[in-house]
Design a protein around this ligand. Structure first.
Ligand SMILES: C[S@@+](CC[C@H](N)C(=O)[O-])C[C@H]1O[C@@H](n2cnc3c(N)ncnc32)[C@H](O)[C@@H]1O
Length: 288
């Protein structure tokens, strides 16, 4: 089975990131680990955005909802508060994120370490919530098929991730700094890890994956992080740092932050996704 970055995989459709053949082994294998401690501390903007997404998900309170790409569990905690008689399944691929989510969340939350591209669950869920995750995944066709496979009839997908144009200025600056010595041998010519899709192609992919209705739209959400180096290091440049040797990581972050200037405003653009599966009757058979 192909992984993101597998050069033997079928050609990427327009808009889907095809990862470079020369990327480090970690990326050829798929998702890598995160600095969960720093992410937990600096992810206030992501939590704010997630609350908007949660507000779009109508809940009675007794449903089972999957948090797809739960990170350290901050969003799953808020989701749980809206499900007094329901259940939360929280899934993430990164071991450090899963460990942190398990320590942050009550034991009744089922936290699993799973790559969403290989997702299977023991039961179907009424809804999937996902925030700030899909742009880390190259193959959206496969992702949406996996999510559709775990949803009940008429189940909902409500999500938000980085969309077309997201952090364009940060990316350009990281490309420019990354092309120079001493970073160029590690980062030069690398397109970056992200898949910032547009609404039209995403709607098309959702319908192709089996959703009956899909509505997607972009929304600018500029961010002024209180601790710019920590935020840029743990979030924006996380994958860049994986490609650099230890001694070049801090100099790279410092150079990018310096070139972005003060006050630092990050040009975030979010892709919102609301989709619904066909059918009326919930069916909770195994969703493997
Ligand atoms: C920016 S964090 C978002 C976490 C949380 N949803 C939030 O809004 O704060 C992105 C998360 O996506 C996860 N992720 C990326 N690719 C994934 C994949 N293929 N399968 C599962 N999780 C993935 C990462 O491990 C990381 O925890």
């Amino acid at each position: 089975m192909s992984q993101p970055g597998d050069p033997s995989a079928t050609p990427a459709p327009a808009g889907v990131l095809r990862l470079a053949e020369d990327r480090p082994r970690d990326y050829q294998r798929g998702p890598v680990d995160w600095d969960a401690g720093t992410y937990h501390r600096v992810s206030e903007p992501q939590l704010e955005w997630a609350r908007e997404v949660l507000d779009r998900l109508p809940l009675r309170g007794d449903e089972t909802v999957l948090d797809a790409g739960c990170g350290t569990g901050r969003v799953a905690r808020e989701l749980l508060a809206r499900l007094p008689r329901g259940r939360v399944i929280a899934v993430d691929a990164a071991p450090a994120m899963v460990r942190r989510a398990r320590s942050e969340l009550p034991a009744r939350v089922d936290v699993r370490q799973i790559d969403l591209l290989e997702l299977s669950l023991p039961e179907r869920v009424d809804a999937v919530l996902s925030t700030a995750t899909f742009h880390w995944i190259a193959d959206h066709e496969r992702l949406f098929r996996r999510l559709a496979a775990v949803l009940v009839g008429a189940g909902r997908l409500v999500a938000q991730c980085g969309g077309r144009g997201n952090i364009d200025r940060v990316r350009r600056t990281a490309d420019e700094v990354g092309a120079r010595a001493p970073f160029g041998t590690h980062l030069g010519g690398w397109a970056g890890p992200w898949n910032y899709a547009g609404p039209e192609e995403t709607e098309r992919r959702l319908l192709g994956a089996g959703f009956a209705a899909a509505r997607c739209w972009l929304a600018p959400r500029p961010v002024r992080p209180p601790d710019p180096p920590a935020f840029v290091r743990a979030v924006c440049l996380r994958a860049h740092l994986d490609r650099l040797p230890d001694e070049l990581r801090e100099p790279f972050v410092a150079a990018v932050v310096r070139e972005l200037g003060q006050p630092l405003e990050l040009d975030y653009v979010r892709l919102n996704i609301d989709a619904r599966m066909p059918g009326e009757t919930p069916d909770r058979r195994a969703a493997a």
